[in-house]
Design a protein around this ligand. Sequence first.
Ligand code: OXD
Ligand code: MN
Length: 613
Amino acid sequence: MVDVHAALDSAGLKNVHVREYVQYWAELTGAARVEVVSASDDARLISEALAEGEILPAGEGCYYSRSYAKDTARSEERTVVATSNPADKGVYNNWHPTAEMRPLLEERMRGASAGKTMYVVPYLMAPSGSPLERYAAGVELTDCRTVALHMIRMARVGVHYIEELADPDSFVRAVHVTGDLEKLGQGTPEDQRYFVTIADERTILHFGSSYGGNALLGKIAHGLRQAAYDGWASGEFLAEQFMLIGITDKVTGRRYHICGGFPSASGKTNLAMMLAPDELSDRYRVDFYGDDIAWLRVDPDDGKIYGLNPEFGVFGVAKDTNETTNPTALKAVAPGTGTLFTNVAYNDETHEVWWEGRTPKPPADVTGWRDWTGTLISERVPEDADAPWAHPNSRFTTTLANVPNIAPDFDDPKGVPIDAIIFGGRASDREPLIRAITDLAEGVYDGLTLGAEATFAAEGVDGVLRYDPMSMRPFMAYPEGAYAAHWLKVIGSAASKPIFAHVNWFQRDPEDGHYLWPGYRDNLRPLLWLLRLAEGEVRGRQTPVGIVPTKDELDLDGVAITPQDLETILTIDTPRWKEEMTYREQHLKQFNDLPEDIWQAHRRVAAALDDAD
Ligand code: OXD
Ligand code: MN
C-alpha cells in the first residue's frame, strides 16, 4: 500500500488534519502514489504531462488537451448539494441527505484510482490575509494530472497555505476521482456520475469527470456552492457568480468598482475584460478583477460592501473570442502565458489552435488540423463536413496576471469597495440598455428575476425567460427564500449601499434582427452613466421599472446608432413588461419563505406598470 506519510513528510506537509484526510482517501480510492503539488511544481508536471501525451504543445509555453468526448460540460442533473438538515432543500440545489450521498460516493470512489497518482493540491480561494481567508482554504485530491495543472492556474496553490491556517482543521475537503470515463453512461438513465457538495461538512466529492467545471473543485464547487453556504451559515458574506471590474476616471482620480451577474452566454467575460472605447480612453481606464466569482462582505471599518475575486485565473469559453469581442483575452492566452487550451481545434504540425469565431472562417489550408474530437479535418466524413472544429464549450485556462488590464490591486486581501451591482440577461426586446434601481429590495428582486431567453426550443417557451436568480441557479446551495433574506441582510447592513442596475446589450430590431446597441467596449458608456447617477450628476428618467438615461445624459461620442434605435433602447415597453410580471410571479411563487420585502417590491413594480397606462 502507498506510504502516504512518507509522501507528505517529503513535501513538508505537517497539518495533522490534512494528513488524516489524505490517508483516508488514498486508502479508499486505492491510489498507487501520493504526490503533494505546489505552484512551483508546474514546469515539472507540464514536462511529465507532455511526455505522457496528456497535453500537447500549443505554441511557446502554451498547451492543449482534448477531453473524453462525452465529458465536455457541467452536468446540472448530476450535481447535488447534501446536508444533514432537510430544511436546506431548495428549488434549485438538488438537495439530498448526506446519509444517502456519502455512502454512494464512497462506493463509486472505492478502488477507482487504482494504479494512479493521487495529487494533493492545497489551495486558497482568496488572496492571503483576506478577512474571508478562513472560508478560502481547501485541499483538492485528484487522480488527474491535467486537473492539478488547471488548479495551479485557477487557484493559489501551495503547501504553505494549509500549514499557516489559524484553525488547522478549517479547510474544504475536496475529492475528485475521474472514474472510467468510457463506462459511466453519461447522459443515460445509467449515468454513474455524481458531483456532490456536503455543504454542512465542507466536503466536496466529485466522481466521473475530468472537465474543468466538474473537476476544478476550488472554482465552482468551493468558490460558489460551498462558499455561498458558508456565507449564509456564518452570516458574513455572499458568494456569487459575478464578474468584477474597476473604472478609473483619470481626470478626477476617482476609482469605482462594479460587480454583477449574467447568465451564461450573456457576455460576462467580454464585459469583465473590456477596454474603454477609443473616444473615452483618454479619460477612463477599465481594470479587470475577475470574470466569474465575487465574494461580497461588509467591511466593519467603513461600512462599505467589499468585493473580491477568490480565483487566481480565468477558465474562459474560447468560442467567439476574437480581436473585436475580447482583445484582452487573446493577449492573456498568447505565447508564453502558460495557457492550457481544452477541446479547441489543434494543428498537429504547427501546434496552432483555432475555435469558431476566432477568425470569420476556419484556416483555409486544413493540413494538420484536427477537430476537438481528434479527427483530421481532411478525413471528416461528408455528414460532418459542417460540424464545428472546436467544441462550443471549449476553454482557455490562464492566470489573472496574464490579462493585460488586470487591476494593480487585484490581490489586495481586503477586496475593493463596490459602487454598483448589475444584472444582465440576453433579451431581444423589453429590457432597456440600462435601468438603475436605488431601492435595496427592488435591486434584490431584480436579481432574483434575472433570466435569459431560451436559446433553443427544447430549453423553454418563446418569450419566457429561463430564470436564473442572480446567475446562481446552477450553484444555489441553500433555499431561495433564505438566499433572498441573506442578500437583504448583508447589503442592508452596509452604511453606504451600492446602486443596482439591470443592463441589456442585446435588443434587436424585430424586422431585420440587427442589434440596436453596438455592445463590447461601448458598454462602458451606460456604466459611466450609472456611476454619474449614483454621484447625483445626472437624474435620468424614472420609469415603473427603474431610472433610465435620457438621450443627452449618455456619452455617445463616436457611437454609430440611429436616433430610432436609441429611442427604443431607452424606452419601456409597458405591455411586454406587464406580461413579464405574470411570469415573474409564477417564478417567485416556487420559493418558500421569500421575504415580504421582495413581494412588496414585486407588487410596487406591478402597480407602477398599471399606473403607467
Ligand atoms: C461555468 C464556468 O460553468 O464558469 O459557469 O465555467
Ligand atoms: Mn461561471
